[in-house]
Ligand binder design. Structure first.
Ligand SMILES: *Cc1c(COP(=O)(O)O)cnc(C)c1O
Length: 365
């Protein structure tokens, strides 16, 4: 049977291995498996969210409120933007899908960082678009601009902080860059980890409202999957000029967010204490990774997120290390597929991190 030619060249996205798979493959007791591979919140999610979801569990038989009024109002308040400036997706992943399908087609040029979130390229390839990449590992906006001037891409992806490297862009540099970009070019600013960066360093904090009000061609993406601890609920959002949002709505399937997810995200937005505690614990624990790396003589990339990238030296191999960790029930992300001899580790709880240090020190010996 024949399928679209555009699919031939796509590699299926490899999500962090789920715990269930490790149980089956290695026969390890699920209690002894630690997953530090998908940048989930190791502290779970707010109790208020859990209670609210329990309360409405019997509503499962009904289709969700497709107007999403409660969550839209919550986001509108949080970002101080009108509801016509936002769209909610099944994860911000879905918003990425919408925007690529809305603007790109065969041959459209899409510019992104050399190493960045894999889904940009996968969606680009769905429509046969051409992916252009910078050379540097970290976002270098001068390089972005040079390629932009020469190639005139129609979409530019900026991921700050970047996944899987953890580095973030200075906001004033980002704004300078955006000011030089033509209004016909859609610039996507993916802030999946922005809550972390904003906490750690105010100079990296992107104010979504300011951004989209100053730049009519920019869309800002956020998610509930990381700091809010709702990866399993699949809720993300895009914020942009209503003219952009209106087009994206044409691609949205009805009921793309479930009743339980809408409720979970709405309540999660209100529990700022939970989010702040998670973020502050994250950076406390991150210090221990920095110390560990120093002891082990491994390089790290300074991170503004809830994960850290350990760049191994020539005598070490990220594939071997991540496989060996997996056999011990420790799931991390091998970055060899991104061309890096590195592993990306989600900062876990104190105990989870202890286990990581213990196992890794032993394996690197
Ligand atoms: C996790 C992540 C997303 C989206 O996650 P969803 O779960 O689909 O909301 C988007 N961009 C980056 C860079 C991410 O790391």
């Amino acid at each position: 049977m024949k399928f679209n030619k555009t699919l031939e060249d796509i590699q299926t996205y490899e999500a962090g291995k789920p715990i269930e798979l490790v149980v089956r493959e290695f026969g390890i007791d699920p209690k002894n498996i630690i997953k530090l591979a998908s940048n989930e919140n190791p502290y779970g999610c707010s109790m208020k969210v859990q209670n609210a979801v329990k309360e409405i569990i019997s509503k499962m038989s009904l289709y969700p409120d497709d107007s999403m009024t409660k969550l839209k109002n919550g986001l509108s308040k949080r970002f101080n933007l009108g509801v016509e400036s936002l769209i909610i997706g099944s994860g911000s992943d879905q918003v990425i899908e919408f925007l690529i399908h809305a603007k790109a087609h065969a041959g459209t040029k899409i510019l992104m960082n050399s190493v960045t979130f894999a889904m940009y390229e996968i969606y680009a390839k769905h429509v046969g678009a051409e992916v252009l990449r910078t050379a540097s590992q970290e976002h270098n906006l001068d390089e972005f601009y040079a390629i932009y001037k020469e190639q005139k891409p129609e979409i530019i992806f900026i991921c700050t902080p970047n996944n899987p490297t953890g580095d973030a862009i200075d906001t004033h540099k980002l704004k300078e860059f955006l000011a030089k970009i033509d209004k016909d070019t859609l610039v996507v600013v993916d802030g999946a980890y922005m809550e972390y960066a904003a906490f750690k360093d105010a100079s990296k904090k992107v104010d979504a409202k300011e951004l989209i009000e100053n730049f009519e061609n920019v869309i800002y993406l956020g998610t509930f999957s990381k700091a809010y601890g709702l990866g399993g609920m699949r809720v993300g959002f895009g914020l942009a000029n209503p003219k952009i949002i209106k087009e994206l709505y044409k691609l949205r399937p009805p009921f793309n967010i479930t009743t339980l997810s809408l409720e979970a995200a709405s309540v999660a937005l209100e529990d700022e204490e939970f989010v702040n505690k998670s973020i502050s614990a994250n950076f406390e624990e991150m210090k221990r990774y920095e110390e560990f790396a120093l002891e082990q003589k491994i390089d790290i990339i300074k991170s503004f997120t809830n994960f850290i990238t350990l760049c191994l030296n020539e005598t070490q191999d990220s594939t071997k290390l991540s496989n060996a960790l997996l056999q011990k029930g420790m799931i991390v992300r091998n970055l060899s597929g991104y061309g890096l001899n590195a592993i990306r580790v989600t900062i876990g709880t104190h105990e989870q991190n202890n286990r990581f240090f213990e196992l890794t020190a032993e394996l690197l010996k």
